[in-house]
Design a protein around this ligand. Structure first.
Ligand code: SF4
Length: 402
């Protein structure tokens, strides 16, 4: 069914009323919080926090970003997954995707016998899931068709979708209701954006300001529809027509994009529609809601502050497919820092080699990454990275420089 024709709000309402649907945990939060503390928190990080985010040891000074690591949406999702295991001790439990983009957390869940739905030929293979089994939806949500399928199968659904992500879904539903096309700032293959676009009516995903400028120019001056469609292949709703579907637009975002860019894109379309339709009719042609998540904003702001320091190098820790971590890395690179993006402390070995992922490139190994003599290392981590992983990486740096 085409999204425009489907009342996704009504579907969500009826799903939320089902007794097989849970989105608030199962009442043993306190106990689970203690388990999570033991598994993911770190005394070393607490010490650095208490010391104004700086720690000096021998030749090394660590400067930690003032906001980094687990956001509350992620903490909540992980806690709910642990609670689900406890609440359904014998049932088969699945998760539709990585709960968050962090290898150590996902591995722990696997050890707890939570199965991940696998991709077969690019499609998720739900044939393994049977009626009565429990399925967890991750922090970045699931598409409406996945929810429908699991509901129809008679599964118990535990929905850990972050409320910030749900807020974006509500925005695109408002665009749909008013026949506005949702222009989504995001990565069209990212699970969160796939989910968001499933709640939208007509949509177009733009990756960055450059793509947004192309669209804005098309709105104002027209162009080749064919060129437009091939440029955005895979990033728009079925039947999208740039000549018909850009007359009324609303702006939405993947919650973990670069905040400054989301804001610029919002302003660009606001000005474009104002220019095209004038102040009287503007409101009929443009809608926008602020849906940048606080946690993403805080982490990026802290990084912008950190890159003002005099640092020898930067270490950015988080899943390689984590969008918010990659944006932190982008900030460091833009400021001209040598910055290493790793997903776990195992990437650092005791021969002073680091296996890391440069921006938009494959994983590579760099030797002698820690310079001789006194160094200052800036450290941050993405919203899906537990403190313990950051602490392990810092401990390795201290050890290497002993
Ligand atoms: S980064 Fe923001 S939107 Fe994403 S899970 Fe965390 S709080 Fe929610």
């Amino acid at each position: 069914m085409k999204n425009q024709q489907m009342d996704t709000r009504a579907f969500k309402r009826s799903l939320h009323q089902s007794e097989n649907y849970h989105r608030r945990g199962f009442g043993n939060e306190a106990e689970i919080a203690e388990v999570l503390n033991t598994e993911y928190q770190s005394n070393l990080i607490q010490t650095i926090r208490n010391n104004n985010y700086i720690l000096e040891q021998g030749d090394v000074t660590i400067h930690l970003a003032e906001s980094f690591g687990f956001c509350w949406g992620v903490e909540r999702a992980v806690a709910m997954a642990y609670e689900t295991r406890q609440h359904f001790p014998t049932e088969k439990i699945w998760i539709t995707n990585e709960i968050i983009h962090n290898p150590s957390v996902n591995q722990r869940l696997q050890e707890m016998n939570v199965g991940f739905i696998e991709l077969v030929d690019g499609e998720k293979d739900f044939s393994v899931v049977n009626s009565g089994e429990v399925v967890i939806l991750p922090a970045f949500g699931a598409s409406v068709s996945e929810m429908q399928l699991l509901n129809d199968k008679g599964c118990t659904i535990v929905d850990t979708t972050c409320p910030w992500v749900s807020k974006v879904w509500n925005s695109v539903e408002k665009h749909k209701k008013k026949d506005h096309t949702s222009i989504i700032h995001g990565k069209h293959q990212h699970e969160e954006t796939i989910a968001t676009s499933s709640f939208a009516g007509t949509y177009l995903v733009v990756l960055n300001l450059k793509e947004a400028e192309y669209v804005a120019n098309y709105i104002l001056n027209g162009g080749s529809a064919q060129e437009f469609l091939s440029k955005f292949a895979g990033a728009y709703s079925e039947g999208f027509d740039p000549d018909q579907d850009l007359l009324k637009v609303g702006v939405a975002n993947q919650t973990t994009m670069l905040k400054s860019e989301t804001e610029q894109i919002g302003k660009l379309f606001e000005q474009t529609m104002l220019k095209k339709y004038g102040p009287v009719d503007f409101n009929q042609h443009f809608m926008s809601f602020n849906t940048i998540c606080d946690a993403t904003q805080e982490r990026q702001d802290a990084m912008l502050k950190l890159v003002e320091e005099d640092l020898s190098l930067m270490l950015v820790i988080g899943g390689f497919n984590s969008s918010n971590t990659t944006h932190l890395q982008e900030i460091a690179i833009e400021k001209g820092f040598t910055s290493y993006h790793i997903d776990s402390a195992h990437r650092i070995n005791m021969s002073n080699e680091i296996e890391h992922k440069p921006l938009d490139q494959s994983i590579t190994t760099t030797s002698n990454w820690l310079p001789k003599g006194k160094i200052t290392v800036g450290v941050t981590s993405g919203a899906s990275t537990p403190d313990k992983v950051v602490a392990e990486a810092i401990a390795k740096i201290f050890e290497l420089k002993k």
